[in-house]
Structures are given as C-alpha cells and as structure tokens.
Design a protein. Structure first.
Length: 183
C-alpha cells in the first residue's frame, strides 16, 4: 500500500479506533513499545469527549490559566507540556494537533473514529454488541479482536498479535523515515 494510501496526509498518522472499553489504549501502549523498541520516534494523540486537566487545582499553571493565560507551558529538564485554552476556537482538527508535534517516525492516534486516516478497529468480546466500524469506513484496514469477528473480507488480527498489527502499520505507512519538516 505504501505512502500513497495516506491521501492528503504528509504526517505518518495511523489510527486505533473502537468503542469504549475495547482496548484502544492497551493496543496503543503495546504498539508504542514495539516501535520505540525498534529505535523509531513515536508520538501519540489521544482524543477524548471529556473535559480534562493535566495540572492540579492550585498549581502554578492552573493559576496562570485562571488568570486568563490563553496558553501555558510548563518546562523541566525532562518534560514540556503546553496547555491551550480553546473555548472560543473550538476543537482543533487532528491534522492541526499532529502538525504541532515534533517530527516523528509514526504518530499513533487513539479515538478519532471518523478521521480520514488509515486505522485498525479494536474489538473485545465484552463490548461485542457495538456496531462494526469497519463496515462503514473504508479507512478501517483491519480489525484486532479477542474473539472471532466477521470482518467482511478485511483482515482480522488477534488483539495480542503486536508483530502482525505493527506489520500492517509499517506496510501502510511505507518505510519509516523521520519527517524532516512539519506539514
């Protein structure tokens, strides 16, 4: 399939989609460990429908935001985080968020079920009654499941077949070469 399969994307985006409690985070964690273990720079993007905070009430960054800062960065010798208030701007697109990341060999995306990026659908028997995303989304290339699934012709991987799933991702994105510039 190669890079041509990523229409309109110069960023190495690959999605992991599924319903709540399907195992998306666990799969992203395993894939990140796999690719990072190969010496690749991996970035991740997590979408949530819930309001969230990464700084605690009363912390310096929370106080900065409460005072009206539109953007707050916290920096240490080992970590940087930027918090941006978007109340009036609305949620940024996946591409906007991805383009702000440092260059990476692969960007694994959790959530964004309807994003126009190649993705794998995660299924667990515990939530098997949810509709199959692969049926209505051509960008779902395969399914990773812990039970037998009728994928209507798409490949099905065991949820623990990290080598197989990583192979699909590598085949889809093409040879990994760190993106030299942001899109």
């Amino acid at each position: 399939m190669g890079k041509a399969f990523r229409p309109g994307h110069s960023l190495p985006l690959f999605g992991v989609a599924g319903w709540s409690n399907s195992g998306k985070t666990t799969l992203i964690e395993k894939l990140t460990r796999h690719f990072a273990g190969q010496g690749l720079r991996v970035a991740t993007i997590k979408h949530t429908h819930h309001k969230f905070d990464i700084d605690t009430p009363g912390s310096d960054t929370a106080r900065h935001r409460a005072a009206g800062a539109a953007e707050t960065a916290i920096v240490s010798g080992s970590r940087v985080a930027v918090i941006e208030e978007i109340d009036t701007a609305g949620e940024p697109s996946l591409e906007t968020v991805a383009s702000r990341l440092n260059p990476s060999d692969i960007i694994l995306v959790e959530g964004y079920k309807s994003a126009n990026i190649p993705k794998i659908e995660v299924r667990r028997a515990a939530v098997a009654t949810e509709k199959l995303l692969a049926n209505g989304d051509a960008m779902v290339l395969a399914i990773a499941a812990d039970y037998e699934v009728d994928a209507h012709g798409k490949p099905v991987f065991d949820l623990n077949d990290i080598d197989g799933i990583a192979g699909l991702i590598a085949d889809t994105l093409g040879p990994f070469a760190r993106v030299a510039e942001r899109a």
